[in-house]
Design a protein around this ligand. Structure first.
Ligand code: NZQ
Ligand code: ZN
Length: 389
């Protein structure tokens, strides 16, 4: 196991009706906030009304900025930064999914600097401070509600890039599983695929003797697979949503990669796909991950076989671990398909014409390679994209 520091400072407020506490949680930081949300789901569901009532009761004044889209855009972030500076905002409250939260985190970093926040996403400098961010989460998926990450798409250049900083851990995140009842089935599936991907990115490591976190990750994967089937069968199954929502947060709050080094190549490759084709992140991962596995299998067949046996209940065969591992990959693909997701680039309407461009952009920025389990160069990324055809 590697040495590690672990601290996740996000306060989680979990359970039925907990959005009524948003005013009090917010007021502890500021009474002048930016209320940030997406394209209307929170108004249709009535959540907007409950959140604003709670803010009002706590004496919090807000300026609104809606309109965040999946794969959140830099142009709206810049508008948010402008509003925060103009109004002297003290906290950014995100009500929605990972896209809204990521946009809020970007605004929080941009509001306290004179320069352009996009520079951080290009790796030019690091944030030194940020406004506090709070969230009311409406979809178990990205894990942004207690992560250091923000992923933004620059409208010009079709570039989707991430920043990671301890400064943008949300100060609090309110998780009411009842808010998931209104999710479209496609978003449920994309969210579960993303959670599964966060677990697999951590699971496939070259670090040895990490049995404890192996077991935690395996348990979380099994939980996600079971609970998503239950919520797809009955969208009002509160208990299944509660498990799925909490699993989604724990999958990405860094507890499960303590002592390990995660891979993250599949995420980097997927970000190139959604940067250009604007596909849902989870749908992209359902295509990239099986292809990545087929390409990297030989690096550590035993680890893949262990995963297949422990997570997907494949019968063990010590004489032929590769067959066991390949059956695990087949079951992962079947899991994605059982939720209605495709596992081929064609399912995303992605053709063959820009594979090379995506591979080049993916390993660009001076990195030269992506991934840690296996370091992938441009040719290897292209090969993985071809395996996904
Ligand atoms: O915009 P609204 O109207 O709210 O609709 C959203 C959106 O269309 C809808 N939705 C969300 N909650 C709902 C709901 N509809 C009905 N009822 C509800 N309760 O679902 C759609 C998708 O929302 P989005 O926020 O895009 O989903 P998700 O949480 O999957 O976020 C995806 C983004 O997160 C990034 C991804 O790259 C992608 O841009 N990621 C962020 C990470 C991080 N910050 O740590 C890590 C992840 O790996 C990921 O890269
Ligand atoms: Zn993800």
């Amino acid at each position: 196991m590697e040495n590690f520091d672990f601290r996740n400072p996000t306060k989680i407020v979990f359970g039925k009706g907990t959005e009524s506490r948003v005013g009090a949680e917010t007021a502890a930081y500021s009474k002048k906030i930016l209320l940030h949300y997406g394209s209307g789901s929170i108004k249709a569901s009535g959540l907007y009304g409950r959140v604003t009532a709670s803010l009002k009761a706590a004496g919090v004044e807000w300026t609104e900025l809606g309109g965040v889209v999946p794969n959140p855009r830099l142009s709206l972030v810049r508008e948010g930064v402008r509003l925060c500076k103009e109004k002297g905002i003290g906290l950014v409250l995100a009500v929605g999914g990972g896209s809204v939260i990521d946009s809020a985190k970007a605004i929080a970093m941009g509001a306290v600097i004179d320069g352009d926040v996009w520079d951080f996403y290009l790796g030019k400098g690091e944030p030194k401070e940020a406004l506090p961010v709070g969230t009311v989460l409406t979809i178990p998926a990205a894990g942004s509600e207690s992560s250091t990450g923000t992923v933004i798409t620059n409208d010009e250049g079709q570039l989707k890039r991430a920043v990671n900083s301890d400064l943008i851990y949300p100060r609090f995140s309110i998780l009411n599983p009842e808010l998931c009842f209104t999710l479209p089935r496609f978003q449920v599936a994309c969210g579960a695929a993303d959670i599964m991907a966060h677990l697999m990115e951590r699971y496939f490591t070259t670090v040895r003797n990490v049995e404890f976190t192996d077991r935690l990750i395996e348990a979380t994967m099994k939980t996600v697979a079971r609970q998503v089937a239950l919520v797809l069968a009955d969208q009002k199954d509160y208990d299944a949503w509660a498990d799925l929502m909490w699993a989604g947060t724990v999958a990405h709050n860094n507890l499960l990669n303590t002592g390990r080094i995660g891979d993250w190549a599949s995420h980097d490759i997927e970000h190139e796909i959604s940067g250009i084709y604007d596909v849902a992140h989870g749908a992209g991962l359902a295509v990239v991950f099986p292809a990545w596995m087929k390409h990297t299998l030989e690096t550590d067949v035993d680890r893949f076989a262990q995963w297949a046996v422990r997570v997907w209940n494949v019968e063990n065969d010590f004489r032929n671990p590769e067959a066991v591992a390949r059956e695990g990959i087949r079951r992962l693909e079947a899991f994605f398909r059982s939720m209605g997701l495709g596992t081929k680039l064609g399912d995303l309407k992605v053709g063959t014409d820009r594979l090379d461009e995506m591979a080049g952009k993916c390993v660009g920025g001076g990195r030269g390679t992506v991934g840690n389990f296996v370091k992938l160069n441009r040719a290897a990324v292209r090969k993985i994209l071809e395996l996904a055809l």
